[in-house]
Design a protein around this ligand. Structure first.
Ligand SMILES: Cc1cc2nc3c(=O)[nH]c(=O)nc-3n(C[C@H](O)[C@H](O)[C@H](O)COP(=O)(O)OP(=O)(O)OC[C@H]3O[C@@H](n4cnc5c(N)ncnc54)[C@H](O)[C@@H]3O)c2cc1C
Length: 465
């Protein structure tokens, strides 16, 4: 990939477009912009450009396309696969300040936003109007552009689906600077190939999202969670698919183990009630009819205790309990990260029925490789987050164990019908495993798609395909 090295004339052109204040070059660029939250993939851009206008992005892309300069888009940089890291230098196009909420349309139940709007601002905007945007990824300071580009999931996916299911329309700037509109406010769309859905999850390799139209629904009036302790992890894990099959679909079903719970409690300096059991399911139900939810809770509780070997069922129904329990669950990743010098992450997704056997294998691997591997998971949708911790390993040993361990772990997952990523994407870090799983034909098809969108391969090169 023979890209142009940026020089003074390029920087001057960019400054003439967006102003001096919006650009940092070479050693003015802060280290934070050379990596994401994974922290193992690094690369500095030659220019960090903060954009706020679509027309500026169009002009930048026309220029970059003509001059053969690579461009990598960055939202909040909370990704976990190195996807927003500019591996080949060039321009880091920062869309985090394009953060205007454009229109809340209560008739069509849609929200039009710029890509830099944070997830937490979307919730705040719509929930005070009695509306609901359901995707619930753990990191609320991620941008919606980043969420769409990674097809982010989250805890409510079991009932409400993932980000893709909540995007009705997109405005996208192509690598050669054209602005195209995909979908819109419509509920249905069978108009040709689903280009919108190709952009969703494409990790900034096909186009730059400059506006999104999100789907909303009326906010469920009531949510109740249950904290259900089990004697062992096997009982907890096997209860999840049974609960989903035997009764109404819960909003979320999370699996917690004593060890991850302790990391998070120590990290946050807060304890949850009833924290002395081996394994738990954290289950929630939502709806509009209080009585119906109470009935759901009673049925679910009775199934858990009488049929799935749960020890007890604790109601998480007050604001204080809800905050305490869900904060501790939300703190797992940060807690695991802070417990060691470096982590690597596996975001595998499996058929729900195979989670127990797969985790058994991960524990064996932890012993064979003599490495600490904490994990937790959205067991309701089969998505596990598994962390290799460096602790006091040397750099060489760490690399060796991660390479060997990840290779074995993914091979095993594939035999159980698993896929490389449930929600964090492929980026740079998971490419070799995706290639291994999908094989030559699918990879060729993906490369063909990339070539159609980006014939000069200037948009986020080195990622996904
Ligand atoms: C504590 C923690 C918890 C997390 N929990 C979850 C979770 O539950 N579920 C989940 O799915 N993820 C989770 N994540 C991962 C992360 O938050 C998501 O991947 C998120 O979608 C990234 O958004 P971002 O704005 O930080 O994007 P970035 O990391 O900046 O970028 C991610 C990708 O999106 C592309 N991109 C960003 N903006 C645009 C745009 N405007 N146009 C085109 N491409 C763009 C980038 O090029 C890159 O490929 C978690 C991360 C952390 C640190």
């Amino acid at each position: 990939m023979n890209y142009k090295k940026m020089d003074q004339s390029d920087f001057s052109y960019l400054k003439s477009l967006v102003g001096n204040e919006q650009i940092r070059i070479h050693n003015e660029i802060e280290k934070d912009f050379s990596h994401d939250e994974l922290g193992t993939v690094f690369g500095f851009p030659e220019a960090h450009v903060t954009v706020i206008e679509k027309s500026h992005i169009q002009a930048i892309m026309k220029y970059a396309y003509q001059e053969n300069i690579p461009v990598t888009v960055r939202g909040s940089g909370t990704g976990l696969v190195g996807a927003c890291v500019p591996l080949y230098g060039g321009i880091l196009l920062d869309t985090s300040k394009m953060n205007r909420i454009i229109e809340l349309d209560k008739t069509n139940l849609t929200l039009r936003v710029e890509p830099g709007v944070l997830l937490l601002d979307i919730y705040e905007c719509v929930e005070k109007e009695g509306l609901f945007y359901a995707p619930d990824p753990g990191e609320k300071t991620a941008t919606i552009g980043g969420n769409i580009s990674t097809n982010a999931g989250g805890m409510r996916a079991v009932k409400y689906g993932v980000t893709r299911d909540w995007v009705r329309g997109l405005e996208v700037i192509t690598p050669d600077g054209e602005l195209i509109t995909l979908g819109g406010k419509v509920v249905k769309n069978s108009t040709g190939y689903a280009l919108k859905d190709l952009i969703i999850g494409s990790e900034g390799t096909l186009g730059i999202i400059v506006e999104a139209t999100l789907k909303l629904i009326p906010k469920p009036k009531k949510t109740i969670s249950l904290l259900v302790p089990f004697k062992n992890r096997e009982d907890a894990i096997s209860a999840a698919p049974r609960l989903i099959m035997d009764h109404v679909i819960p909003t979320a079903v999370e699996f917690l183990e004593k060890q991850s719970l302790q990391y998070s409690e120590e990290f946050l300096g807060k304890k949850i009630p009833h924290n002395n059991f081996e394994a738990y399911l954290l289950i929630s139900y939502d709806g509009n009819n209080e009585q119906a939810i109470q009935e759901d809770i009673e049925i679910a509780s009775s199934l858990c205790v009488n049929q799935y070997n749960a020890i007890d069922v604790f109601l998480v129904d007050t604001e204080e309990r809800r905050t305490s329990v869900w904060n501790v669950r939300g703190g797992f990743l940060e807690a695991i990260k802070s417990s060691t010098s470096e982590i690597d992450e596996c975001d595998v997704v499996l058929p729900r029925s195979n989670i127990g056997a797969f985790l058994e294998y991960v524990r064996e691997l932890s012993q064979t490789l003599d490495i600490r591997i904490p994990y937790f998971g959205h067991v309701g949708d089969g998505n596990l987050h598994i962390y290799f911790c460096k602790d006091d390993l040397t750099d060489d040993m760490w690399k060796e164990k991660v390479n060997k361990g990840f290779s074995l772990m993914y091979d095993k997952a594939f035999t159980y019908g698993g896929l490389v990523s449930g929600e964090h994407g492929i980026g740079f870090a998971k490419r070799e495993y995706m290639v291994k799983l999908l094989g030559k034909k699918q990879l060729e098809m993906m490369k063909g798609i990339k070539k159609t969108f980006d014939p000069k391969n200037i948009l986020n090169p080195g990622k996904v395909v």
